[in-house]
Write a protein of this length. Structure first.
Length: 316
């Protein structure tokens, strides 16, 4: 095959077709007519000698060959987009850019509070649009509609760039007058009621079934390993709510230590070491390959990494 005779626009067509799974939606994305997109699909089928997308009861389904091509085409186009993007310096003091960051309540409360303080000094006209995990999907980040995701992730798409901001241990937060403070052990932990805080991920917007222990996250997974289960009476998605409840009621909140330490100076709060082992968690920032070489994005990533290193007492 002579590559010089291949219309490279067809690769763009294929990328959008495989993402949307619909000729009509792909045409709308590219602002072309449906017949033009259908013609493009016909040419793609001729080029690759494969039907690529086959109509089934589930809609347009990609063939094995199409699934093999999908990451390759995305990488080629991503590299091309980066190559032809004009190189411009980023001036924090002059920039009026808006950065959209998906962040968990944990990341907002601990990391981003300090980041915002730095931004106000170094980039006073930059705006942060902080979005909750349930508001976005992996695709929003992958396509650059969201600049960055900061959360605790069990897994991420291979196409994402990522960096660990810090590792954090767990602590138990209770009211300082709670009797268990005097003799805190595993049995006391299990005999009391608990507050659970969501390990929110992308697109999570549904309730929790307390019986589905395997879905409750790190703390309950470790309890399950030793054949134990805690009595959870409150489920929340907000760390400050969990901390306030632990302070006001005889409830235990088992939280990442950096979140617990937000209340370390409160005389009504006691922070205790969990009476069983819980492995440290990693707070990560993740972003699209499309933004890897963007000057403003590079500056923001460095700032966040620096703040994270300072707050965790490490070097970035």
């Amino acid at each position: 095959m002579n590559i010089a005779k291949v219309d490279l626009n067809l690769l763009v067509y294929l990328d959008v077709l495989l993402r949307e799974g619909s000729v009509t939606k792909a045409a709308n994305q590219l602002s072309i007519t449906q017949p033009a997109m259908s013609n493009g699909l016909r040419r793609l089928r001729d080029l690759f000698k494969d039907p690529l997308l086959v109509r089934t009861s589930d809609g347009m389904t990609p063939t094995k060959r199409a699934l093999e091509l999908k990451p390759i085409i995305r990488e080629v186009l991503s590299t091309l987009e980066t190559t032809i993007q004009p190189e411009t310096d980023f001036s924090p003091l002059k920039s009026e850019r808006t950065f959209r960051i998906m962040a968990s309540d944990y990341a907002e409360s601990t990391l981003l509070m300090e980041v915002i303080g730095r931004l106000m000094k170094q980039a006073p006209n930059v705006t942060l649009d902080l979005i909750t995990p349930s508001d976005v999907t992996f695709h929003d980040v992958e396509h650059g509609r969201v600049d960055m995701a900061i959360n605790r992730f069990e897994e991420l798409p291979l196409s994402f760039h990522q960096k660990v901001v810090w590792y954090d241990t767990f602590s138990c937060v209770v009211n300082s007058h709670n009797p268990i403070v005097q003799n805190f052990n595993l049995q006391q932990y299990l005999d009391n009621k608990h507050i659970w805080v969501s390990k929110t991920g992308f697109g999570v917007g549904v309730g929790i079934d307390p019986k589905e222990v395997q879905k409750l996250g790190w703390v309950d997974a470790e309890l399950t390993k030793i054949g134990k289960q805690r009595d959870i009476c409150v489920f929340t998605r907000h760390y400050h709510v969990a901390l306030q409840l632990a302070k006001a009621q005889n409830l235990i909140a088992t939280l990442p230590s950096k979140a617990a330490n937000m209340y370390k100076d409160d005389p009504e709060i006691e922070i205790l070491t969990p009476p069983f082992d819980i492995p440290p968690i990693a707070l990560k920032m993740a972003w699209s390959a499309l933004l890897q070489h963007d000057a403003g994005h590079i500056w923001l990533r460095r700032l966040i990494a620096e703040v994270g290193a300072e707050l965790s007492g490490t070097q970035s």
